[in-house]
Ligand binder design. Structure first.
Ligand code: NAD
Length: 426
């Protein structure tokens, strides 16, 4: 089937994130010469939960919401993955995101499997009290499937530390004791980790430093354009700005900004916090968001959502480095074009793994009941991100594959090894 996006046709299959994940998994499995049985095990999610649940809205009416929780794999440890609220959440999207969590946790070698959750809703049209009731009821619906040793949710698009506090409280009420380690990304005063909110952006900056050093570039001479100014995009921009990079463009859903001399990111964050948008910011000229992705720059950071670099626009990417802050921003057909054009891709399952790595630290600290300083958290995060980047590059060189397939190979190899070691129970 063909669908029209901005007057060009893109194959529907190209835009299905689950298909996109499967294509890369198959390529990596083939390169690894993976045992057929293990291939079958890792190709499917282990468990998919669908719940339809009622919520009383502020006006007294009852609305029924659909929620998902997909646990892709638990061979290496409890399932781990975010919870997303959006009107276009689908089972295939959640499946893809769950499998990416399995691969991501394996790339950075932390003891978790992969999961993801989503609720179909329009959070921008809901009040805080409606969001709280929806979150609590969703938690209650999936309660026997989550827990510190089973599956540990975290924030994702349109969910935040407040959402995690509600989940933790609901779970704790049912367990009749406070269980902070059931979720990560909580507020720091109730078991959150220092550094968690900024961790994904921080990790992005660490691998960016590694990549430019590898390519013989310097931060002060490196221009950056970021798509998305939410948690990941704004923190990546802040970190890169602080390290001396010139962030020249920001693309948001309602408009973009460009300033060849560099944007003052702290001032922009303040402006967005005050007005709810990046628009009408005096420190940059207005720009069309879609065009910003195709503009001259050294590093392009898609940090908003899936399918922004497709077969239709990949040839127009002028950046030397594509640094994937979002999950699944690039389609497999776009991968081929980028590779042909020599774009250095830092794939999502490596680039944005700083978030889950610090989530792992949060889970560890909760279970110890002993909390680290921000400097301790960041020092451990830096070490893991740096080592993982180098490991992926080593795999790419050794096996003659691009960075994305190298990251998948590294991950699939690790999960396959553990699966074989544990054996098949039956
Ligand atoms: P968020 O909701 O905080 O921010 C997303 C931002 O992108 C928002 O500001 C939104 O307005 C903007 N946006 C949405 N669609 C857009 C479009 N078409 N064009 C331009 N801007 C658009 O979400 P987030 O937590 O920052 O997540 C962003 C991406 O990063 C997602 O793919 C998510 O899965 C991934 N991710 C998040 C984390 C994390 O720790 N939060 C970790 C790893 C990966």
């Amino acid at each position: 089937m063909q669908i029209a996006t901005d007057d060009v046709s893109v194959d529907q299959k190209e835009l299905n994130p689950w298909e996109a994940q499967a294509v890369r998994f198959d390529l990596a499995a083939k390169k690894l010469n993976l045992d057929t049985g293990i291939w079958k095990v890792l190709r499917q999610p282990a468990r998919e939960i669908i719940v339809h649940f009622p919520v009383t809205m502020d006006d007294g009416s009852i609305e029924v919401f659909t929620g998902y929780r997909v646990q892709h794999n638990v061979a290496r440890g409890p399932a781990k993955g975010g919870l997303r609220y959006a009107p276009d959440v689908s089972l295939d999207e959640v499946r893809a995101l769950a499998s990416w969590m399995t691969w991501k946790c394996a790339v950075v070698n932390i003891p978790f499997g992969g999961a993801k959750g989503g609720v179909i809703c329009d959070p921008k049209k809901m009040s805080q009290t409606e969001l709280e009731r929806m979150t609590r009821r969703y938690t209650a619906e999936i309660i026997e499937f989550i827990g510190p040793e089973k599956d540990v949710p975290a924030p994702d698009m349109n969910t935040n530390e407040q959402t995690m506090a509600w989940i933790m409280d609901t779970y704790s009420m049912h367990m009749r004791q406070t269980v902070t380690s059931v979720v990560t990304g909580k507020p720091v005063n109730i078991g959150g980790s220092r550094g968690r909110t900024a961790a994904t952006g921080h990790g992005i900056a660490v691998v960016c430093d590694e990549a430019i050093a590898h390519l013989g570039m310097k931060p002060a001479e490196t221009t950056v354009i970021v798509q998305g100014f939410g948690n990941v995009g704004s923190n990546a921009a802040k970190q890169l700005h602080a390290r001396g990079y010139k962030v020249v463009g920001i693309a948001e859903w309602d408009g973009g900004l460009y300033n060849a001399a560099g944007i003052d990111i702290a001032a922009l964050a303040e402006h967005k916090a005050k007005t709810g948008s990046v628009r009408n910011f005096s420190g940059a000229e207005e720009a069309v968001s879609e065009e910003l992705l195709m503009r001259e720059c050294d590093v392009l950071v898609p940090a908003a959502t899936e399918n922004v670099i497709t077969s239709q626009n990949a040839a127009g990417v002028k950046a030397k480095i594509l640094l994937e802050g979002a999950n699944g921003p690039t389609t497999p057909r776009a991968d081929e074009i980028l590779e042909k054009n020599g774009v250095f891709v830092i794939p999502d399952i490596l680039a944005n793994a700083g978030g889950v790595t610090t989530s792992y630290f949060e889970w560890v600290q909760d279970r110890m009941g002993y909390f680290w300083t921000e400097a301790e958290v960041n020092e451990r995060l830096d070490r893991i991100m740096t080592e993982s980047f180098r490991e992926v590059l080593r795999y790419a060189k050794e096996h003659g594959v691009n960075n994305r397939i190298a990251a998948y190979m590294l991950a699939v190899d690790r999960v396959a090894y553990t699966t074989k070691q544990r054996g098949i129970y039956a």
